[in-house]
Design a protein around this ligand. Structure first.
Ligand code: ZN
Ligand code: ZN
Length: 317
């Protein structure tokens, strides 16, 4: 059978359309599907996250992720705009259980990001209902009027607390932040230490201090030494980078070098508040931690924390 010239042309157009469809729609997806990541720091809409937890699961499944952990901001016993309400906690846990049951091929875990506020909030207080905890310092002491000082919120609020609580003494305020981190580790150790040096986002253009200052490095090293005596995992958190609040992850690369020297396990998290940020900056960060000397990250697998080899394409096993 011979094809006429118009038939050949039509066949060419058909083949071209099919090729374009595949190259436009499927190629980028196939590239993404080659990556296998995990993320244990995600905020759904039970706190200040913008996406329903089911949307995170959809993306995690599309990315063929190895594990996904939810870590809404735990309730606090004082006004907190970004925290979960106490009365929603059991619904939050039930919704994760339902997602686990309907997605047997994805490891989904129950967590919370819990503040350490002495006498008021402790990372261990919900241990009985969770698979893991992230312990974070978002508040350092309180204003004379009783408001808790949020250290990673608006810069103007940071400066207000710095003046009002610490008489403008940056070193005293930052030292207190790391002291509180150490107190959390020794009295209510979480599974994961959240964004270890997040307070640095207030140090715009290094105008408050230098991370090279010996007093600052001493505080960080003391904190790392405290963590090294425990089982805690330190997260490498990419949120500051994609939010453009920091050019480096939490914690900074020089701190990660010390963490590597002390053989403390790390995990890679994006602190996602939207489903699209589930693996934001992960290949870049995998590259950075490889350059520092890490060849694995520690993740929950089958209910246990285990090291897995990582490269810029994700976790291998
Ligand atoms: Zn946080
Ligand atoms: Zn968070």
């Amino acid at each position: 059978m011979f094809l006429s010239l118009p038939d050949v042309f039509m066949l060419y157009v058909f083949v071209k359309i099919v090729f374009l469809l595949f190259s436009c729609n499927f190629k980028p997806q196939l590239q993404t599907l080659g990556n296998m990541w995990s993320n244990f720091h995600t905020h759904g809409n039970y706190c200040d996250g913008k996406s329903e937890m089911s949307r995170y699961v959809e993306i995690a499944r599309a990315l063929k992720m190895k594990a996904l952990g939810f870590s809404s901001h735990a309730p606090l016993p004082f006004p907190c705009a970004w925290c979960m309400k106490e009365e929603n906690l059991s619904r939050y846990l039930d919704e994760i259980t339902a997602l686990q049951e309907s997605n047997p091929n994805l490891e989904i875990y129950k967590g919370l990001e819990i503040d350490f506020v002495p006498g008021l909030s402790s990372p261990t207080q919900y241990n009985s209902v969770l698979d893991y905890t992230i312990g974070s310092i978002h508040f350092v002491d309180s204003f004379p009027d009783g408001r808790y000082w949020e250290i990673d919120g608006r810069h103007s609020l940071f400066l207000e607390g710095l003046q009002s609580i610490f008489a403008g003494d940056v070193r005293a305020a930052i030292t207190r932040y790391y002291q509180l981190t150490r107190e959390m580790i020794t009295t209510a150790c979480p599974t994961i230490v959240g964004h270890l040096d997040k307070i640095k986002i207030q140090n715009i253009d290094n105008k408050l201090f230098s991370e090279q200052d010996s007093w600052y490095q001493d505080e960080v090293i003391k904190t790392i030494d405290t963590i090294a005596k425990t089982q805690a995992i330190i997260e490498v958190n990419t949120r500051g980078i994609y939010q453009k609040k920091s050019t480096t992850p939490y914690p900074s690369p020089w701190i990660l070098k010390i963490i590597k020297e002390k053989n403390i396990p790390i995990t890679l998290n994006s602190d996602a508040h939207h489903q699209d940020d589930l693996t934001n900056q992960f290949p870049e960060m995998a590259q950075l931690i490889a350059e520092i000397g890490f060849n694995s990250i520690t993740i929950l697998n089958g209910g246990k924390w285990k090291p897995f080899t990582i490269n810029t394409h994700g976790i291998t096993y």
